[in-house]
Design a protein. Structure first.
Length: 362
């Protein structure tokens, strides 16, 4: 698909590395560029880790030692850039929890563009103000509001009664992921895998370590990710006497190589929006054991078909799920066989078409 008309679209986010929203923004930039859109990516930090396409404008270059002067310089530069480029659309991936700042951005900087606000967490207060005055002032004139799960879409409908809300899931570039997943790793034997950041405890690796300990499973557990809480989790592993069974690998530029070779992946999150790691694991033909946490897992995992949905926050049941996936061979083989075939609606070509239709580019 190549568009006949030329559109100019700004994707606004925090950076091009790190979190799920950053990855989603990078993926959308690739798709839009490939169909002929003039893509500009506006970021706060000039950090890069994901494949992207388009021109990047980082406000980091306008920082100074004085916080007030930095903020003023950023706003001034953004205003000048948006006036110069005259974007047809703006798609905003950021947290939006500073009301006065967001009012200035939506009222003056985004002026003249059709604005799409994206919501990537069930904690919607990070994306939509809690007071009605600010909701109307900041969000009221948006072109569309895109949520990453049906759960979040329904939550926004119930709370705000917006008429322009739509679900668009995160997608998977199957071909690119397959190539990356075939890269070799050092592990020769089977292992269980978990992937996630450790800057906060949303991923609840303490729950995972407790459940793994209770499961009495001999397969080693490999944890990929980094953050300030890692020493806390390492101390818990030592306390449980599991140093020889649980290994922390830190950040890996290609986690898919590990996903494709793991027996299964475990997600023990407290809260999610739409967990990419589940999609990516299934795309690597690796089933998933996951808490049925608020928003996301139940819209991807079909219980006992491509993985296991575990009662939310129940560590005993998570332990049982890990044990079940290891010991019940027939169940495991069925989930593994169905892992990839369950994902067709998440193919990025399908997700990209939904963005094209939402933006009315055709």
């Amino acid at each position: 698909m190549i568009l006949q008309n030329k559109y100019k679209i700004a994707l606004v986010g925090y950076r091009l590395s790190g979190g799920g929203s950053d990855r989603a923004m990078a993926s959308l930039s690739v798709f839009l560029s490939e169909i002929g859109v003039d893509v500009h990516i506006i970021t706060v930090l000039d950090e890069y880790g994901y494949e992207y396409k388009g021109k990047v404008f980082s406000t980091r270059q306008f920082d100074s030692k004085n916080k007030f002067i930095s903020r003023f310089n950023r706003f001034k530069a953004l205003n000048r850039y948006f006036k110069q480029e005259k974007f047809d659309y703006v798609i905003d991936f950021r947290f939006r929890d500073k009301n006065i700042q967001e009012y200035i951005i939506s009222k003056y900087i985004y002026k003249g563009s059709k604005v799409v606000f994206r919501i990537a967490s069930s904690e919607i207060q990070h994306y939509i103000p809690t007071q009605n005055f600010w909701v109307k002032a900041i969000i009221g004139n948006s072109f569309k509001i895109v949520c990453v799960s049906e759960y979040i879409t329904n939550l926004v409908h119930e709370k705000y009664n917006f008429k322009n809300v739509q679900t668009i899931y995160n997608g998977v570039h199957f071909e690119k992921l397959e190539k990356l997943s075939n890269e070799p790793i050092d592990f020769k034997n089977e292992f269980i895998l978990a992937v996630g950041g450790m800057e906060n405890n949303y991923k609840q690796f303490d729950h995972l370590i407790e459940a793994y300990s209770k499961s009495k499973i001999e397969l080693p557990l490999v944890i990929i990710g980094k953050g300030i809480l890692q020493p806390k989790f390492e101390a818990l592993v030592k306390e449980k006497g599991l140093n020889d069974k649980i290994q922390f690998l830190g950040y890996q530029h290609n986690p898919y190589a590990y996903m494709s070779k793991a027996k299964f992946l475990v997600l023990s999150s407290e809260i999610e929006g739409f967990p990419n790691v589940i999609l990516e694991s299934l795309a690597c033909k690796t089933p998933v054991v996951s808490y049925d946490c608020v928003s996301g897992p139940s819209e991807i995992i079909q219980h006992e078909q491509n993985g296991l949905l575990i009662e939310n926050q129940n560590i005993e049941e998570l332990a049982n799920g890990i044990q079940k996936m290891v010991l019940e061979k027939e169940l495991y083989e069925k989930c593994k066989a169905n892992a990839f075939t369950s994902l067709e609606k998440f193919n990025y070509q399908n997700i990209g078409k939904q963005w094209v239709e939402l933006l009315e580019l055709v």
